[in-house]
Design a protein around this ligand. Structure first.
Ligand code: CTP
Ligand code: MG
Length: 174
């Protein structure tokens, strides 16, 4: 999950600049996505998520066990790169899709939407990865792992966002 987790933090730290929706609003009077979804965040997040995955792959060539747990692999060659891309890019697309729905519901940028905010990026990463690499997805995200991720992710998300708020990269602590 690391290549799917990192992009959101990277977007919060390095995002900014031109919004993906180009500042456009829809007929309902609200922005398509809002100023919180930027091109730089999307690019920097995807790139860094993939780089972290490459680093994990390198680590794996040296040592396939960490804290006594046998590590899964992303596969090899192009297939592994594709998995890294769909995990990283998918997580940001999941987050962005929910911003679209938040704007349609009239929520302003940064308004909290509990549970959705904590899991939209997981759903995006899983869905895109499942569509593109179903065999890899099903052999790695077994039911127990899915349950563990669904429990651990909101806790991680809430704690990293509190840190992000205090170091000043996030406007709200959620
Ligand atoms: N960010 C970005 N580009 C993205 C995603 C996030 O630049 N594709 C940055 C923005 O600066 C954003 C911050 O990361 O404010 C935190 O992301 P998030 O909480 O998802 O955005 P919000 O500002 O809360 O906006 P929204 O209400 O749309 O979720
Ligand atoms: Mg938010």
């Amino acid at each position: 999950m690391l290549p799917a987790y990192l992009p959101n933090s990277i977007a919060a730290v390095f995002g900014g600049g031109k919004p993906i929706d180009g500042g456009r609003t829809m007929k309902d009077g609200s922005r398509i996505l809002g100023d919180g979804k930027t091109i730089r965040g999307l690019f920097a997040g995807t790139l860094c998520g993939m780089l972290l995955g490459l680093f994990q792959m390198y680590y794996f060539t040296q040592n396939s066990v960490i804290f006594g747990v046998v590590l899964p692999t992303f596969g090899s060659g192009l297939a592994a790169l594709v998995v890294l891309f769909t995990l990283a890019f998918g997580s940001l697309i999941g987050d962005l899709s929910m911003s679209f729905f938040k704007r349609r519901m009239g929520f302003k940028r940064g308004a909290p939407l509990p549970v959705i905010d904590q899991l939209d990026f997981v759903m995006g990463a899983w869905l895109l990865t499942f569509i593109v690499s179903p065999y890899w997805f099903l052999s790695n995200f077994t039911p127990n792992i899915v349950i563990a991720v669904l429990i651990v992710t909101p806790l991680l998300h809430v704690s990293t966002n509190i840190v992000g708020y205090f170091i000043g990269v996030k406007k709200e602590p959620w």
